[in-house]
Design a protein around this ligand. Structure first.
Ligand SMILES: [Zn+2]
Length: 86
């Protein structure tokens, strides 16, 4: 399940997933991504989150590493922290 991203703690803008880099490892595609505010550019530390996708032998998409949920939690926690300090 994907988690909804809260608005940016700085400007209230929309937050989106942003893949800063893609690499190929063996048979997999590896996305290195972060979450970024489209309005002011605030972002989580880069190169910390990974989504690794391959194809299973039966043709299904196989997700081997999935940090999307973790990234969303980190982003939303940061938003919570911001609201507390304000
Ligand atoms: Zn922002």
């Amino acid at each position: 399940m994907e988690q909804k991203l809260n608005p940016c703690p700085c400007c209230g803008g929309n937050a989106v997933y942003f893949d800063s880099n893609k690499t190929f490892e063996l048979w997999d595609i590896v996305f290195h991504f972060t979450i970024i505010c489209r309005r002011c550019g605030l972002q989580l530390p880069d190169n910390r989150y990974v989504l690794r996708i391959g194809m299973a032998k039966n043709g299904d998409i196989s997700i081997k590493i999935d940090d999307r949920q973790k990234a969303a939690e980190d982003w939303n926690r940061r938003v919570d922290d911001g609201e507390k300090t304000n």
